[in-house]
Ligand binder design. Structure first.
Ligand SMILES: Cc1ncc(COP(=O)(O)O)c(C=O)c1O
Length: 368
């Protein structure tokens, strides 16, 4: 068979697509450097692990994995509806919330339609936009965060979707209730606004909004959340969107019938019940964030104040420091691909992990 230039036959958006760069897996670093005792603070996972209730639910469901999952996710939707005070018909379940973000783009954006998001915003927004041939309208950040005035100015007749991460990953910046509400009021109802609240449960600031409350007023609003972060179920892949039922109906049309697996469905429903696990995770995150902030200040470095379970540290030569940390068995996330080549993002870990990161960073700085 003749060799084919597959790139030339790929759809235009995919041709120049740069795949998502995940945090380096522990096993990969083990293989590369042959070192043990590696810690990973690179993917904003919950260092306390999953809820014991979720694990018990997975164990109980294991013997049924020869069955297809409930494609409607009825039980999980019921649990979510009760937990959030919404209706089943408002929910779109996803294979992680990334899946929901992609479904929204596929349902509403076609070639050359515009999608607005901010500079330094979560990497999946440009990916899903470009893959389907949409045009990204990227607004400059202010103080590393979303500039809602610029985002409003960017709206044109061709705008279909606006992605807002609150808080944003990787910067940790967040939008207040008053400013986000005013923005939503200013967006024409023909434009779908996605407020991505992947880190919602971690945020303790009183002025941080719960956008679910605004759904009755804004039928063009989709709020996305996930079980990957505070609930500690990143490996199972389950997230969701909440919106007006008419909008959920459209988004659900492009969903694969069994996009959430049976173990994820039961684990998520059980995790929702475990308030103790969530509360312990909030406390551990608050303390860990404080520990990192203090340690970073003591090293004479700056960081971007964060509402999430991670912190962006200004280290200067981030590529070098990243490599030094790797050699010491500490995996963090370089974020040059987010337009932040002098920062590293570190996920809040357990106290001993944070200490190890700070010690390794101190040594790394001495070397450079
Ligand atoms: C802002 C934001 N949104 C969405 C996600 C997607 O998470 P998942 O697909 O695991 O739900 C992440 C994950 O890092 C994130 O940081």
């Amino acid at each position: 068979m003749d060799a084919c230039d597959f790139l030339s036959i790929a759809v235009p958006g995919v041709r120049s697509l740069q795949p998502y760069q995940p945090g380096k897996p522990i096993e990969q670093l083990q293989r590369q450097l042959g070192i043990a005792d590696i810690i990973k603070l690179a993917s904003n996972e919950n260092p306390l692990g999953p809820s014991p209730l979720a694990l018990a639910a997975v164990r109980a469901a294991l013997s049924d994995v020869h069955r297809y999952p409930d494609g409607s996710g009825f039980e999980l939707k019921k649990a979510l509806s009760a937990h959030l005070g919404i209706n089943n018909a408002q929910i779109t379940l996803g294979n992680g919330s990334n899946d929901v973000l992609e479904l929204i783009a596929r349902a509403f954006v076609q070639s050359n339609d515009e999608v607005i998001f901010s500079e330094h915003a979560f990497a999946v927004y440009p990916l899903v936009t470009q893959a389907i041939g949409g045009r990204a309208a990227i607004t400059p950040a202010v103080n590393y965060g979303h500039d809602l005035t610029a985002m409003h100015r960017a709206i044109t007749d061709g705008t279909r979707v606006i992605f807002i991460a609150n808080p944003n990953n990787p910067t940790g910046t967040w939008l207040r209730r008053d400013e986000l509400y005013a923005f939503l009021r200013s967006v024409p109802s023909r434009v779908v606004v996605v407020v991505d609240e992947a880190y919602f449960e971690f945020v303790t600031a009183p002025a941080y909004p719960d956008c679910l409350k605004w759904l009755p007023e804004f039928p063009n609003l989709v709020v996305t959340r996930t079980f990957s972060k505070i609930y500690g179920l990143a490996g199972l892949r389950v997230g969701y969107g909440v919106s007006h039922p008419d909008l959920a109906d459209i988004i659900n049309r492009v969903r694969q019938p069994f996009n959430v697996n049976s173990l994820a469905l039961v684990a998520a429903a059980a995790a929702l019940e475990d308030r103790k696990h969530v509360e312990a995770s909030v406390v551990q995150n608050r303390n860990g964030l404080q520990q990192l902030e203090t340690g970073i200040k003591n090293l004479g470095l700056d960081y971007i104040p964060s509402a999430g379970n991670f912190l962006c540290v200004h280290v200067g030569d981030a590529a070098q420091i990243y490599e030094t940390l790797l050699r010491k068995g500490v995996i963090v996330r370089p974020i040059a691909n987010y337009g932040l080549p002098e920062h590293l993002r570190v996920t809040v870990g357990l106290e001993a992990e944070n200490t190890r990161f700070l010690d390794a960073l101190a040594e790394g700085l001495l070397r450079h």
